[in-house]
Design a protein around this ligand. Structure first.
Ligand code: PGA
Length: 254
């Protein structure tokens, strides 16, 4: 298992150039907490600027088009993102799957195009509340992941990260219990081993996402097979975001 926890900030549709100072503050703080890997995915318009401003943290994108170029008004390809300085792309976020009707097949194509452009992929998955209440969360997430992940990824342990984000926990202040998180991450780990083999499957980091904050980060990040967090709202200020990164560092010492 990659030894450093990974804390990724997903800025979603937030941030103008005024936010560059926050990116710089995150970068400075990350230099003091090197036991934890820190990255942010700002909106497209800030990727290049953030890339130029920071030294330590990773910079990525929140989505990409599956193609490389062409007549796709308003879309951005993985190649363009790599050119702007992005090192990873988040794909399959529930706000894309639900808000933009993205299918597993499309998500898989996007993941492949990001890999082809030389970037890493953060593949999101997660069930809605009705599925959880019906006791079908694990089956749903396994099926969704299996259908969304490229069948073969060279060096999957390094190139791929999975983020489990129960939809009902995103931006709601609700979080899954440590038991439920542990059970789901164990299920995902088994699937990754089945898909990519014992060695690579064990190396893929599995992040938890959904209302992670400095106050609950330590408990969540202490759960077995939780290798980091994907953070929305709490990633928008350096103070709260780095509070989560520091909690991740603390779990290494605990
Ligand atoms: P949240 O978002 O931390 O605001 O719940 C997480 C995400 O959607 O990645």
């Amino acid at each position: 298992m990659a030894d450093r926890p990974l804390i990724v900030g997903n800025w979603k549709m937030n941030g103008t150039r005024a936010m560059l100072s926050e990116a710089r503050a995150i970068d400075r703080a990350a230099q003091r907490h090197m036991k934890v890997e820190v990255a942010i995915a700002p909106p497209y318009t800030l990727i290049h600027a953030v890339h130029r401003e920071v030294e330590q943290i990773g910079v990525g994108a929140q989505d990409c088009h599956p193609g490389t170029d062409g007549a796709f008004t308003g879309d951005i390809s993985a190649t363009m993102l790599a050119d702007a300085g992005a090192k990873f792309v988040i794909v399959g976020h529930s706000e894309r799957r639900q808000g933009h009707g993205e299918s597993n097949d499309l998500v898989k194509e996007k993941a492949q195009s990001a890999l082809d452009a030389g970037m890493n992929v953060i593949m999101c998955c997660g069930e809605d509340e009705a599925t959880r209440d019906a006791g079908k969360a694990a089956a749903f997430v396994s099926k969704q992941l299996k259908a969304s992940l490229p069948a073969q990824i060279e060096s999957a342990g390094e190139k791929l990260t999975v983020a489990y984000e129960p939809i009902w926990a995103i931006g709601t202040g609700k979080t899954a219990t440590p038991e439920d998180i542990g059970a789901m991450h164990a299920e995902i780990r088994q699937l990754l081993i089945k898909l990519y083999g014992e060695e690579q499957g064990a190396e893929v980091r599995i992040l938890y996402g959904g209302s992670v904050k400095p106050e609950n980060a330590r408990e969540i990040l202490s759960v077995e097979d939780v290798n980091g967090a994907l953070v929305g709202g709490a990633s928008l200020t350096a103070d709260s975001f780095m509070g989560i990164a520091i909690a991740a560092g603390d779990t290494l010492e605990a």
